[in-house]
Design a protein around this ligand. Structure first.
Ligand code: FPP
Ligand code: MG
Ligand code: MG
Length: 317
């Protein structure tokens, strides 16, 4: 899918798909589990059409991964990041200009595949909406004002766009492809939405607490980049003095230290974990609300999706 006319572009586009560079593949795993979890009441007699549907689910998973990788490639250009997934970022290896083009190429390949293989405009629209949301989230982060930086609503909206919109829209996409009811499609969407938000809230905690045995500390990369996340926003509710520091920003390292001091005395981390747990529960509730099924593989997939919500909030890396 990512082969280009020019060998160097093929290499660039395939950079994060190489063996050892492919990441956790959480998105495609969730999408394929969701596909299997909602495969009920299907006109199952026609074997050919079932296989065809399975191929389309695979396509949604592949397209979603391509969108995800293209967003990471562009993100590393925007963030001037030298590393990604423990290896050199694409912009570090081939420069910003070619990395931007490789990200564009991947995105175009994703939508060529969608147009050719999915043959469903509603599904293509869901995937395009996810890209739209990713860009909006990144834009919200880049253009944030001091007042917006202090707002939990703004933070949660940005988090949905940046982290949850891709998985929620692709979970809904498989339900639409399966010809499921609007109710099932909404439950699939809600699962992805709550899972994505819970994932990000835990990510925000890990940035402060980390788990690296040697450091025993997080990398503090968010706050050092001036990005304010849920733990600080909760701490601000307990210590309103923190608002002035957050509004000033974190260019001055003494502001980072002061904010960390307030955070340590507050319930910020615990309240963030509680919020993540609530979202994980809402994700599991969405699975429990799916129409009843006695099919063993449907039940196994549903259990796996629910287990994932627990694994996610317990993760330490
Ligand atoms: C990771 O951000 C980045 C994202 C979740 C999405 C970024 C979106 C864009 C760059 C818009 C363009 C989108 C496409 C599809 C081309 P991070 O910097 O917060 O986290 P990380 O670098 O630590 O992973
Ligand atoms: Mg980044
Ligand atoms: Mg970024």
């Amino acid at each position: 899918m990512v082969v280009a006319e020019i060998p160097e572009l093929t290499l660039a586009a395939g950079y994060f798909f190489r063996l050892g560079a492919e990441g956790k593949r959480t998105c495609p795993t969730v999408i394929l589990l969701m596909a299997s979890a909602i495969t009920m009441n299907m006109p199952g007699s026609i074997v050919g059409s079932k296989n065809e549907l399975r191929e389309r689910y695979m396509c949604v998973a592949e397209i979603t991964e391509m969108i995800h990788i293209s967003s990471l490639i562009h993100d590393d250009v925007l963030d001037d990041a030298n590393t990604r997934r423990g290896m050199e970022s694409l912009n570090f290896v081939m420069g910003k200009k070619l990395a931007v083009l490789a990200g564009d190429f991947l995105l175009s390949r994703a939508f060529c595949t969608a147009a050719v293989s999915l043959d469903n405009t509603e599904v293509v629209l869901l995937l395009a909406t996810a890209v739209n949301n990713l860009v909006t989230g990144e834009f919200m982060q880049t253009t944030i004002t001091p007042a917006q930086r202090c707002s939990m609503d703004y933070y949660l909206q940005k988090t949905y766009y940046k982290t949850a919109a891709l998985i929620s829209n692709s979970c809904k996409a498989v339900a639409v492809l399966a010809g499921q009811t609007a109710e099932v499609a909404t439950l699939a969407y809600q699962y992805g939405r709550h899972l994505g938000i819970a994932y990000q809230l835990i990510d925000d905690i890990l940035d402060f607490t980390g788990t690296s045995a040697s450091l025993g500390k997080g990398s503090l990369s968010d706050i050092r980049q001036g990005i304010v996340t849920a733990p600080i926003l909760f701490a601000m509710e307990e210590y309103p003095q923190l608002q002035e520091i957050v509004e000033q920003g974190f260019d001055n390292p003494s502001n980072v230290d002061a904010a960390l001091g307030y955070l340590a005395r507050s319930q910020g981390i615990e309240r963030t974990r509680l919020l993540a747990t609530e979202h994980a529960k809402l994700a599991a509730d969405a699975i429990n609300a799916l129409p009843e099924s006695k099919d063993e593989s449907v039940l196994i997939s549903r259990q796996a999706l629910k287990d994932l919500t627990q694994k996610l909030i317990r993760r330490t890396k």
